[in-house]
Design a protein around this ligand. Sequence first.
Ligand SMILES: *Cc1c(COP(=O)(O)O)cnc(C)c1O
Length: 245
Amino acid sequence: MDEIEKRVHTVLEKINQAAAQANRDPATVTLVAVTKTWPIETLLAAYAAGLRHFGENRAEELATKRPAIEKQLGTDNGIVWHFIGTVQSRKTKIIADYADQFHALDRLKIANRLSQRLLENGRFLPTFLEINISGEASKSGFNCTQWETCATQQAELRTVVNTLKTLPGVSLKGLMTMAPWHAPESEIKTVFARTHQLAQWVQAEMGLERPLQLSMGMTDDYPLAIAAGATHVRVGRALFGSRHR
Ligand SMILES: *Cc1c(COP(=O)(O)O)cnc(C)c1O
């Protein structure tokens, strides 16, 4: 087995274990392989190892890699392209054209611009709201540091969800969060648990038909995220090693 195949195997094993421990069906957890900074050859190796969900965080990189992969594997290759990074206003068109799912919606302005372009290109973009639970200034996302008690934060979420309902092309798929950097495990668990509770609150409060999905967990914490209900884990280093740029 080549290196990537071994690593894929290990990560899938850990996902299975974490799901089993949480009494969850491992099929409810999607492994998004974070391929940012890695060349096409790495993506092809991941594909050969069976992975079909790829995550990129730079618009230009997505717009280069997706066509390059489609040239090699055809357009009917089964790959789902996840855009996991913050989107700048002037790059919304690229995301609307090339991403299949978007994990980091942090402003309504971006949703509006995406929707405009999606109306033009006839595409559809399931979208996760990025949620800032820990309050770290370095993190983007809607401020939900005190969502349980803060009427202002709750009102903002209601507005966002209601506005998304009216925007063609963009649909609310779930919530996304990032654990605080270098935090003790207990703190990371709390962030994931509160995000899970927030998803349930939004669903009930806004009368959503389907449960919201949860995009949370990276190389250092994806088993904890699965224990807290993550449906999408975004894993880079555990699959491909440390980034070379
Ligand atoms: C890079 C990145 C990841 C993956 O991080 P690893 O620590 O390499 O697993 C996940 N989510 C986002 C938003 C990222 O930018």
